[in-house]
Design a protein around this ligand. Structure first.
Ligand code: SAM
Length: 196
């Protein structure tokens, strides 16, 4: 995964790279984390590497294809035992993961290369991000990469902006990253960190 190599000098590149950079700073070997959108498993693998042999990743997706692709990727990297792959919507994460976690990672949108475009939806993304805010430990981080270049992505962006702005600053710090001089469809990044 050269995309996420640790030795790389920091470059202000895109929302996904920014999220990875923050996650590298927050996560430690032995941590428990959630990948809320498994997809092709790139993020799941990245998280498995960050939490190491003693950590664990719970990963969610609604498509069997995503679970299969991710299992294959993790198996090839010999880290499959570090992850539990769950075929269910991320809005149910609190039913599957009852212990506190150090991070919850969302990469919204659809599965690249899949035959049927199943995209994340505002009506399930919002409760999932809400649940994530409840599951993280103090210092824990929720990262959400948002793709406003399609109508549902735009709806997610607007709903998340309203939700995130309403969060209690004594409990959660919220930071929004947006490339100001880029086209309006450019992906954006929401970060939420628990401070108590
Ligand atoms: C952009 S892809 C994720 C990319 C992935 N993180 C990777 O590294 O390859 C978004 C994924 O979200 C999944 N998805 C859609 N609705 C979902 C839901 N309610 N819960 C969990 N995953 C969902 C889609 O099936 C798709 O695979």
């Amino acid at each position: 995964m050269p995309e996420f190599e640790e030795k790389e000098r920091f470059v202000l590149r895109n929302a996904r790279h920014l999220a990875a950079d923050y996650l590298r700073r927050v996560l430690r070997e032995g941590d428990t984390v959630i990948d809320a959108t498994m997809g092709n498993g790139q993020d799941t693998l990245f998280l498995c590497e960050l939490v190491g042999k003693t950590g664990h990743v719970y990963a969610f997706d609604v498509q069997q294809e995503a679970v299969d692709r991710t299992r294959e990727r993790l198996t090839q990297a010999t880290v499959a035992q570090r992850a539990t792959l769950i075929l269910a919507g991320h809005e149910t994460m609190a039913e599957h993961v009852t212990q506190p976690v150090q991070a919850v990672v969302f990469n919204l949108g659809w599965l690249p290369g899949a035959q049927h475009a199943v995209t994340t939806l505002e009506r399930t993304t919002l409760p999932a991000v809400q649940a994530a805010c409840e599951l993280i430990v103090p210092g824990g981080l929720v990262t959400v990469c948002i793709y406003p270049g399609h109508p549902e992505g735009r709806r997610e962006l607007e709903a998340l902006q309203e939700f995130a702005a309403s969060l209690n600053v004594r409990k959660l710090n919220v930071l929004w990253h947006r490339f100001l001089n880029a086209p309006p469809h450019t992906p954006q990044l929401l970060l939420i960190q628990r401070n108590e």
